[in-house]
Design a protein around this ligand. Structure first.
Ligand code: GDP
Ligand code: MG
Length: 163
């Protein structure tokens, strides 16, 4: 059976941009504007001869921290239930936010493979900035740029090795 990979994380870290790159299509919703409802997206991908499904879990309404907290909890819970492998995306431009810490706390309890992905590492100078993400307590992480694609091949190698 094909594995299911879920992409979780707070809004604007680049989940949909990564999803588009993984499923190699450009029609998933990518939106930098807050306050919009975004749908949950499913796509198919393959790498190293392994076929798998990808879920972009961006489908929540942004606008209030309370709504976010509740929705992110639901999204992570769904990901835990549905997915075999979880990609937790954070943003090197913003660093660790309280919302990231909250998601990390939820993920600490999960027994499935979790890949922490520091996104927006568009150049090598940002590798140093990424070091702070060790403080999430999730161990090692991958640095990628969903925008220019750097690091995504290594990430896919690591993910498909778990399938
Ligand atoms: P989501 O809310 O987590 O799904 O995030 P989106 O994929 O909608 O991206 C949010 C914003 O971050 C958009 O303006 C993207 O263009 C931008 N973005 C996504 N990935 C990267 C990246 O690797 N580098 C940079 N510099 N910007 C990115
Ligand atoms: Mg999105």
């Amino acid at each position: 059976m094909n594995s299911i990979v879920a992409i979780v994380g707070r809004p604007n870290v680049g989940k949909s941009t990564l999803f588009n790159r993984l499923v190699q299509r450009r029609d998933a919703i990518v939106d930098s504007v807050s306050g919009v409802t975004r749908d949950r997206h499913y796509g198919k991908s393959d790498w190293n001869g392994k076929q798998f499904s990808v879920i972009d879990t961006g489908g929540y309404v942004i606008g209030s921290d309370d709504i976010f907290e509740e929705e992110i909890r639901k999204q992570v819970a769904l990901a835990i239930d549905e997915a075999d492998i979880i990609i937790f995306v954070v943003d090197v431009e913003e660093g660790i936010t309280p919302m990231d810490a909250e998601v990390a706390k939820l993920l600490h309890k999960v027994k499935k493979p979790i890949f922490t992905v520091v996104n927006k590492v568009d150049n090598s100078m940002r590798e140093t900035d990424a070091l702070e993400f060790y403080n999430l307590g999730l161990g090692d992480y991958h640095t990628i740029s969903s925008m220019n694609g750097s690091g995504t091949g290594d990430l896919l190698d690591a993910i498909t090795a778990k399938m």
